[in-house]
Design a protein around this ligand. Structure first.
Ligand code: URP
Ligand code: ZN
Ligand code: ZN
Length: 455
């Protein structure tokens, strides 16, 4: 063993128990009491929780979007991830007309190989089927280790939307090849109708971002996606769910036995649409927008009932000057907010405050994303798995500020939020990458996670 983590309370999805963890060559090789080995680096975790590293199944790093590029490079975003206890990120490369899936992913993988500070995987966004060639490539992509594809039912003018026929073709091909279809569900025609009306009326503040994409805009698209997935008996993963009506439809489909998974994000659990009435409301602009209190309560209720599968961030920050483009016109605000460094601390603090258990948080932020997306070496503290480990101090309070984050953005929607408990160490495959407030990892340490398909 080259690393022994001693006397911590190990958290799994069902148990919490005190034990030592032995690590060799990046893998967990032993869990027991009184583990010893000469020469091993010994870390005392007495009084601390020992958790599997979080998997943020939804980031947009260096993403060209909204007339600019999201503010976190792969280096900055994965450095921040490490400092928030995230040991694997799933990024979303964007396939464009004429380009293949593997070609698209490899362009991004090359950057990650140089820059990534934690492990990384890809869901590939599909925007054009290239006359069917993309569907023919699904099998090879799954073999390559990219086993999930995202469809935007929105962003029509941006050329990213897929229509219903394309969606159905993707659902069927994904089912055939053991892949998963991820959906961003909002109805673009309704959004455009609302935007046109508000702009004509001179209603241009960030509040109208919410009013142009309220609950019903997401619910219609959620239900449409669920309808097609059920009809095709194909697996479906709904990303960043934020509205009550769509959520209830998804939960019902799950109860009926359909292969449907629900992701939500911390921002929808913390903020409501009221943030768009603030002077700095534009900083909170993301799509789907934060929704009303009823939707937020429904999300928490579903989490507590075990009906939500994953919590991920949709990390897509933009700098203040870019958000300012939309000071007088909400349609010019680049959509997206920061979150990768806040995911695990936020959810663990919620557990510390008694809203859910630490076991639930491990399930939502690590074990479930690993299982759903075929990361066989990740997602739990088990002998044989990668030593992706977070040591968490439940008595260390922490107030989030842009100054104590490790990204490249210059503001955060989480500014001033106090968390009860905080990660103190993060290990990626046994390598210490975060230590008490400091990034101590190595740029380029992150490895591509080759996932396995669903059959
Ligand atoms: O506002 C958001 N969510 N920006 C990132 C792209 C997306 O829709 O996921
Ligand atoms: Zn999205
Ligand atoms: Zn997203």
């Amino acid at each position: 063993m080259d690393l022994i983590i001693k006397n911590g309370t190990i958290i799994t999805t069902s148990e919490s128990y005190v034990a030592d963890i032995g690590v060799k060559d990046g893998k967990i090789v032993a869990i027991g009491t009184n583990l010893k080995e000469e020469g091993a680096n010994v870390v005392d975790a007495n009084g601390k929780l020992v958790l599997p590293g979080a998997i943020d199944a939804h980031t947009h790093l260096a993403m060209p979007f909204g007339g600019t590029v999201s503010a976190d490079s792969y280096l900055a975003g994965t450095r921040a991830a490490a400092c928030g206890g995230v040991t694997t990120v799933f990024d979303y490369p964007m396939q464009r007309k004429g380009k293949g899936i593997i070609e698209t992913v490899e362009g991004r993988k090359e950057i990650c190989d140089r820059e990534a500070c934690v492990d990384y995987a890809f869901h590939c966004c599909i925007t054009d089927l290239n006359n069917g060639a993309i569907l023919d490539e699904f099998k090879d992509a799954v073999e390559y280790g990219v086993t999930s594809f995202k469809c935007f039912l929105v962003y029509k003018k941006e050329g990213m939307m897929v229509d219903d026929a394309t969606l159905v073709k993707i659902l069927l091909k994904a089912k055939e090849t053991g892949a998963m279809t991820n959906i961003h569900a909002e109805n673009p025609d309704l959004i455009d109708l609302n935007i046109e009306k508000f702009l004509k009326e001179g209603k241009t503040s960030a509040w109208y971002h919410y009013l142009s994409r309220p609950e019903y805009v997401e619910a219609e698209a959620d239900k449409r996606a669920i309808h097609w997935a059920k009809s095709m008996e194909a697996p479906l993963y709904l990303v960043h769910m934020a509205d009550k009506e769509g959520l209830e439809a998804a939960i019902e489909a799950k109860r009926e036995g359909y292969d449907i998974y629900i992701e939500t994000c911390p921002q929808y659990l913390e903020f409501t649409c009221d943030v768009y009435k603030r002077e700095d409301g534009r900083n909170f602009v993301c799509s789907p927008p934060m929704k009303n209190k009823e939707s937020q309560d429904a999300l928490w209720k579903a989490i507590k009932a075990g009906e939500i599968d994953t919590i991920a961030t949709d990390h897509c920050p933009f700098q203040s000057y870019e958000k300012d483009w939309g000071k007088d016109d909400f349609t010019k605000i680049p959509n997206g907010c920061a979150g990768v460094e806040n995911l695990y601390p936020y959810m663990l603090s919620a557990a510390n405050e008694g809203k859910l258990s630490f076991n639930n948080v491990v399930e939502l932020c690590s074990t479930n994303p690993a299982k759903i997306f075929g990361c066989t070496q990740k997602g739990s503290i088990t002998v044989g798995k990668d030593a992706d480990i977070v040591i968490y101090d439940p008595s260390k309070d922490f107030t989030i500020s842009v100054d104590n984050m490790h990204s490249d953005y210059d503001h955060t929607i989480w500014e001033g939020k106090t968390l009860y408990g905080y990660p103190v160490k993060t290990f990626v495959r046994g390598n210490l990458v975060y230590d008490n407030g400091e990034f101590v990892g190595k740029i380029g340490l992150g490895e591509f996670v080759k996932r396995i398909g669903r059959k």
